[in-house]
Design a protein around this ligand. Structure first.
Ligand code: HEM
Length: 276
């Protein structure tokens, strides 16, 4: 039965089903975050390993239980379930490749750049293939400049990459029940453009504490928010030059974002193929 079904599946229908899901459920941002946290645990510094492998789908231990991933194994994977059952559980595509492809299709649907997806990420067989902890691998939103470099440099990203990747916050929201932070970075949280950078430069933000006790910043006029890590991009000249460049030139943002994002999605992977 599964083998028969696999014969009828093809790449174009897979992409179309992801596009339809993103439009129908407005779930583009969380699909980007799913791929980012699958791949983002990678490090080649003192901590090593952590290539994208969809370990988050196991919730008995490991990545599926990390506080930083709250909402991903539950909300994101529930949304993706119909596509997962049809395409990943039949062996047509690996779970990790599906997460990478879904993020890239979502980016495009929301008006962002075309992102090429390569294939061949391996899937964890159980939670033991998870990295040991989120500490030192995934960033905390209440920290600053030093923390951003401590997290991203060992993954092979420079200051420009850190700024470009942070621009993904032009879409999506913080949810009190997931991260303890609250609100959206931009007024249209489903549009992938350079508004995150124009907001950083043009809006006045005031410090506040969320109901969950987390420190963040909010613009009282627009109601949009920023994390401490977002504001850190203005504090350091080596970051700020890129904020200014991306605010003035969306094409420059898209071009640098695609390079850094593809590197992130492929970090630690070997022998990836152009075609599924
Ligand atoms: C630079 C350090 C970063 C920090 C501290 C950070 C932190 C956070 C936090 C706290 C949330 C809210 C989660 C929730 O409550 O649902 C969030 C959401 C999000 N992040 Fe980041 N993030 C960072 C970098 C990135 C990167 C590199 C990407 C992708 C390239 C990304 C993409 C997203 C997206 C799309 C959302 C919205 C998710 C949704 O709407 O459900 N973030 N981030």
């Amino acid at each position: 039965m599964i083998a028969e079904m696999a014969d009828t599946l093809n790449f174009d229908t897979l992409v179309k089903e992801i596009e339809d899901l993103v439009k129908e459920k407005n779930c583009g941002p969380i699909l980007i975050r799913l791929s980012w946290h699958d791949a983002g645990v990678f490090s080649s510094g003192a901590l090593s390993g952590g290539c994208p492998n969809a370990a988050m789908r196991f919730t008995d231990a490991g990545e599926g239980t990390f506080g930083a991933n709250a909402g991903l194994p539950t909300v994101a994977l529930t949304l993706l379930k119909p596509v997962t059952e049809k395409y990943a559980e039949t062996g047509f595509i690996s779970h990790s490749d599906l997460w990478a492809l879904s993020a890239n299709v979502a980016t495009k649907v929301m008006g962002g750049p075309d992102v090429p997806t390569r294939f061949g990420r391996p899937d964890a067989k159980d939670s033991s293939a998870s990295v040991e902890s989120q500490v030192g691998r995934l960033p905390d939103g209440d920290k600053g400049v030093v923390h951003l470099r401590d997290i991203f440099h060992p993954k092979g990203f420079d200051d420009k990459d850190i700024v470009a990747l942070s621009g993904a916050h032009t879409v999506g929201k913080c949810h009190a029940e997931r991260s303890g932070f609250e609100g959206a970075w931009t007024e249209d949280h489903l549009k992938f453009d350079n508004t995150y950078f124009t907001h950083l430069l043009s809006k006045k933000y005031e410090a506040e504490t969320t109901a969950k006790g987390n420190p963040q910043l909010r613009c009282p006029v627009s109601g949009t928010m920023m994390l401490t890590t977002d504001m850190a991009l203005l504090e350091d000249e080596a970051f700020k030059v890129h904020v200014e460049r991306y605010a003035a030139d969306q094409d420059a943002f898209f071009s640098d974002y695609v390079k850094a994002w593809v590197k992130l999605q492929e970090n630690g992977c070997t022998d990836l193929r152009e075609k599924l």
